[in-house]
Design a protein around this ligand. Structure first.
Ligand SMILES: [Zn+2]
Length: 272
């Protein structure tokens, strides 16, 4: 199946999963294939920098996406380096999240707007986010909330295609205890004219993800839940076996990630 682009996927809410290894990419696509739902494979700047050889993981993601039986969108996540952002197309991706959240508002607007111009010319979808002064984790630190007025100003002045919002979730949570301000999601959906993105969704209870989607979230980002699945499978196998062939446990890790992806795609689809 040809690789999907953002405009094609706008009609229904969708989940996006972070790729670290080839097994993540294969597990995500096989999970999406198993429930016959479109999916987003996303690659963060951190994950790119983790790999020793440039572009290897991005190339692998392109190959996996081409072999999927469902629409797969390839997205770069949390890119702070503008020159890397401008390599989106060259890597075979069509969507990008620029993260200017550590910049002050005016600087974030200026940089994001400049990139939005490049993206429009090159057919690349641009997601961005507002910053939080002093917040180490940008807009996704617990307690941070996106102000609808500021969000409207940011979207108008930058021309971004979608907006990551702070409504209660935060990154890298290993327990599903985040409380989402569903009223704020609805107000943002009403005020902001572009699709909304929820980051840090691994920390959100399933039924709240479904409700957040129903309230107006379009893209649900999930990373940590896959790493819990991957590492749990590897840890269990190694605890019980003394074999050395990594295929034995990576196969299990990939299957656990596929099951996690299938689960979350259905949780998101339930909010349609
Ligand atoms: Zn994020």
């Amino acid at each position: 199946m040809p690789i999907a682009t953002c405009p094609e996927l706008l009609r229904s809410p969708i989940a996006a999963f972070n790729v670290i290894t080839l097994e993540h990419a294969e597990g995500i696509v096989s999970g999406a294939d198993s429930v016959n739902l479109p999916v987003i494979l996303q690659l963060s700047q951190n994950a790119i920098q983790f790999h020793q050889y440039p572009d290897a993981i991005a190339a692998a993601m392109v190959a996996v996406a081409r072999n999927a039986n469902v629409p797969v969108l390839l997205h770069l996540d949390h890119i702070t380096d503008v020159s890397l952002a401008q390599r989106t197309k060259e890597l075979g991706f069509s969507s990008l999240m620029y993260d200017g959240s550590t910049l002050d508002f005016a600087e974030n607007v200026a940089t994001t707007a400049q990139l939005a111009g490049w993206c429009a010319k090159n057919g690349v979808w641009l997601e961005a986010e507002l910053g939080e002064v002093g917040g180490k984790d940008g807009a996704h630190a617990p307690g941070v909330r996106t102000d609808p007025k500021e969000a409207v100003q940011f979207v108008t002045e930058t021309g971004v295609n979608s907006l990551a919002v702070a409504v209660g979730s935060s990154h890298a949570m290993v327990n599903k205890t985040a409380a989402i301000d569903l009223g704020l999601v609805a107000r943002l959906r009403e005020a902001v004219g572009v699709p909304l993105v929820l980051h840090g969704s691994s920390g959100v209870p399933d039924e709240i993800i479904t409700q957040a989607v129903a309230a107006g979230i379009w893209k649900v980002n999930i990373g940590t839940a896959l790493n819990i699945a991957f590492t749990g499978a590897v840890r269990n196998w190694l605890a019980d076996n003394d074999g050395v062939d990594p295929r034995k446990y990576l196969r299990l890790a990939r299957a656990e990630m596929a099951a996690t992806v299938a689960h979350y795609l259905q949780v998101v689809a339930a909010g349609r």
